[in-house]
Ligand binder design. Structure first.
Ligand SMILES: Cc1cc2nc3c(=O)[nH]c(=O)nc-3n(C[C@H](O)[C@H](O)[C@H](O)COP(=O)(O)OP(=O)(O)OC[C@H]3O[C@@H](n4cnc5c(N)ncnc54)[C@H](O)[C@@H]3O)c2cc1C
Length: 457
């Protein structure tokens, strides 16, 4: 297994990464990447074992309902690069063990799974294409590269061209798991490609964005200063992929199985994180209500109760999802599609209302609270402490820090990232609705409806 130090060293492998118009050769020398890299590195040390053949215990398939629950509960606790690796590798395992793809593909997927876990690699999930006009099929796009495709078939592999957008932690991973973003039709064989590509392969480059605070003094960004991680547009400019890393090539009928499997793991992770984040929002609402001296006022209590209901229903959905796990023929446990998608949808659809309650309860200090620098400046410190204090129980500094956390988490650049990510990661609301409808027992519902309407004799 890798240590934190070995991970940080592994980032200097010639990968081509851009940020804000510049190529970044030394990721650790760029503050916007360095903090995220340190968080990923800490994740390595957390699970490190010097035993020969040791593996990260999270990167194995759950073989019991309790194991699946334990794994899913870890999502909010682990770094984002490890979370996407878990998503990528579990997707490969799901496709290899639950689909009817030819044996050769299944063997290659399992071999890559083995190699990635032995090497303790981090693997980004590359599924979302540029997609061009959303109204047109991949093969009908004016620019044929709008969806990633095979553009050459030399001996021993394929050459791919295209881009995968919004890829979380791409620049901080070692491998890219490339998959078709949706179902494909006959005539779209070249777009039906799934494979694994090292980040430093010739022709691969990443254009990054991040909401890491870029202020000279970022102490008043307590959340984004710790949790931000770059997302990347990953370019594949005629990249050669050897055959043993190709997991699908031309089988249009099987293209969607990757998106379905990744969607399940992405949404299962998203659901676990949302349940955790919902409790965090409730906590901030209660803290600021107490700091404002309003925690006993009825309309404030009602809003906090509503937030607590939201958090509790997300937790209930999470428990239902792992409690109704599906077991594969090989004895692996997978979260329930129905409960996972319903919960992820519910969490994403109602998040904005919960944030509205929090802002409503908190007041304008969310946006205008002075900074830590103002607190330290002898000319302003006493005023900040005096005028930000609202009750005897909470100091002005504490109230200011609660405002900072609320702003950073919900009302600033990272807050915006968080709100959009809740909606879009793992596919937008529509994607979850589609899966829900597929797994919901409509026949039973109709039967009940018919009985109520007296339509049955
Ligand atoms: C911060 C962040 C991190 C992400 N991380 C990853 C990642 O690691 N890996 C990855 O692969 N992806 C990632 N994504 C991408 C995410 O899965 C997509 O954003 C999501 O699937 C929506 O795709 P899109 O952004 O291209 O939007 P669009 O596809 O343009 O969707 C916009 C809206 O249009 C609707 N729509 C689109 N096409 C049609 C159509 N034909 N008919 C009807 N309605 C349509 C959608 O339902 C949606 O409501 C990430 C996204 C974000 C925001």
């Amino acid at each position: 297994m890798r240590t934190a130090a070995a991970y940080l060293e592994s980032l200097s492998d010639g990968r081509v990464t851009y940020f804000d118009g510049q190529r970044v050769d030394d990721l650790l020398g760029e503050p916007a990447f360095a903090q995220a890299a340190r968080v990923v590195a800490a994740g390595y040390d957390r699970f490190y074992s010097p035993e020969p053949g040791a593996r990260n215990p999270l990167l194995t398939a759950p073989t019991s309902a309790a194991g699946l629950r334990e794994r899913a509960l870890m999502f909010p606790e682990i770094d984002t690069a490890l979370a996407v690796t878990l998503g990528s590798l579990m997707t490969l395992l799901t496709v290899a063990t639950r689909s009817a793809l030819p044996q050769a593909y299944q063997d290659r997927m399992l071999a890559f799974f083995e190699q990635a876990t032995v090497q303790d690699a981090r693997v980004a999930e590359c599924i979302t294409d540029a997609k061009g006009s959303r109204a047109l099929r991949p093969a009908k796009q004016p620019d044929p590269d709008a969806y990633l495709r095979v553009v050459g078939r030399p001996p021993g592999g394929v050459i791919i061209r295209g881009a995968k957008l919004h890829i979380t932690a791409a620049s901080l991973c070692h491998e890219l798991l490339v998959m078709p973003t949706k179902s494909m039709s006959p005539g779209e064989e070249d777009y039906s490609i799934a494979c694994a590509v090292p980040l430093n392969a010739p022709g691969v480059s990443v254009i990054n964005t991040t909401y890491f605070p870029r202020a000279p003094d970022s102490r008043h960004f307590p959340v984004s200063g710790v949790r931000s991680i770059p997302d990347g547009m990953v370019i594949f400019d005629d990249v050669f992929v050897p055959t043993d890393r190709v997991f699908l090539d031309g089988e249009t009928a099987d293209a969607a199985v990757f998106a379905h499997s990744l969607g399940l793991w992405e949404r299962a992770g998203g659901m676990a994180v949302m349940a955790h984040d919902a409790d965090e929002l409730v906590g901030l609402a209660q803290l600021i209500a107490e700091a404002n001296g309003l925690e006993r006022v009825s309309h404030i209590r009602e809003k906090i109760d509503e937030m607590a209901l939201y958090a509790t229903l997300l937790r209930a959905g999470f428990e239902a999802s792992v409690g109704h796990a599906v077991v594969s023929e090989d004895g692996y446990y997978f979260p329930s599609e129905l409960y996972t998608n319903a919960t992820k949808y519910y969490g994403a659809a109602h998040y904005a209302v919960m944030v509205r309650h929090l802002h409503d309860i908190a007041g304008g200090g969310v946006l205008t609270a002075p900074t830590i620098g103002d607190l330290e400046n002898p000319q302003t410190s006493a005023y900040v402490r005096k005028y930000l204090q609202a009750t005897d129980a909470v100091t002005g500094e504490q109230r200011m820090r609660i405002f900072h956390a609320i702003r950073d988490l919900t009302a600033d650049a990272y807050g915006g990232w968080h709100a959009v990510t809740n909606l879009q990661s793992g596919g937008g609301l529509y994607a979850q609705r589609l899966v829900l409808r597929k797994h919901y027992d409509m026949a039973r519902a109709k039967e009940l409806g018919s009985r109520a309407a007296g339509l049955q004799s």
